[in-house]
Design a protein around this ligand. Sequence first.
Ligand code: KG4
Ligand code: ZN
Length: 336
Amino acid sequence: MTTVLGIETSCDETAVAIVCDGRRVLSNVVASQFDLHAKYGGVVPEIASRAHIERLDGMIAAAMEQADVGRDQIDLVSVSNTPGLVGSLLIGVTAAKTLAWAWAKPLVAVSHVEAHATSAAIDLPAPPWPAVALVVSGGHTSLFYIRDYDAIEPLGVTIDDAAGEAFDKVASILDLGYPGGPAVERTAAAGNPCAVDFPRTMLGPDSLDFSFSGIKTAVLYHVHGHGQTSGGLARLSRQDVADIAASFQQAVVDVLARKTLLAFEKTGAQTVVAGGGVTANRALRRRLEQDCREAGVALHLPPMGYCTDNAAMVAVLGYHLFCRGRRCDLSVSAMP
Ligand code: KG4
Ligand code: ZN
């Protein structure tokens, strides 16, 4: 049995998990910083790293207590060291290196994005590879071809905004609060997804890259009037706002699903997986389920608790990389 302590601090969530053999999650604690950043409408890096410093020790203790695991039972420390906010990453990486050194445990550093890409496998009896993976979060929108945990190739990436970032910005335009993704989804539930024909930017029939800056601007001009950036929201009814949220969500989901299925057709993968905060969106989950069913391909989505940032996915990927020979020494650092 291999028991892994996972640490995740790449952005504004302080997260620690204890996972056995890459599958059995003994604890998975996450402290969000929404309250600290809400009044700024986005993550303030300096505030995020200070909050990680204040919280991380207590979170590690809490995760070990919940799992009923002492330091002697931990076999490996896994930490996300890239990509993310450099100050935030440094806190987790420094904590992981310190524990690995003090407890004389091996250390593995993993990519946060690759942890999202493989997070859907967490509950599966066998790895679903080769798979096409869609990663949709606040910082990333990417497609990968996963041959194995240590063989992950990029297929496409956003050339501007990430999908989650677009959700957050549209929530801000519609004054729905922060964090934006869940607020847009809630508002969209009462809206008509066909009310506004927002652009679906495909970047060419064969492209696996994404672009979401155009739809964000389209929402801005739709709300305020063409070429205007303020003053329009007061003229809209609650139903108008719900219709805009639903139409925006539909357009983003449409692009994400179409490109994921295109990647599947191009690569001949066996399965489709997805991960990242936006996979918590029910409209996206339903659409991927429907498209994959029609294409006759197995789809694996992360359980709700593993969509947004968490350390269980970091512990799981660390475990599989460790099994494939990956080791890091204490020179490993944060790579923003
Ligand atoms: O994976 P994550 O926690 O952090 C990053 O790695 O970026 O993703 C956070 C992003 C945010 O942009 C948030 O608005 C979005 O995921 N998100 C959602 C939903 N829940 C979170 N977007 C759409 N619908 C949701 N239900
Ligand atoms: Zn993330």
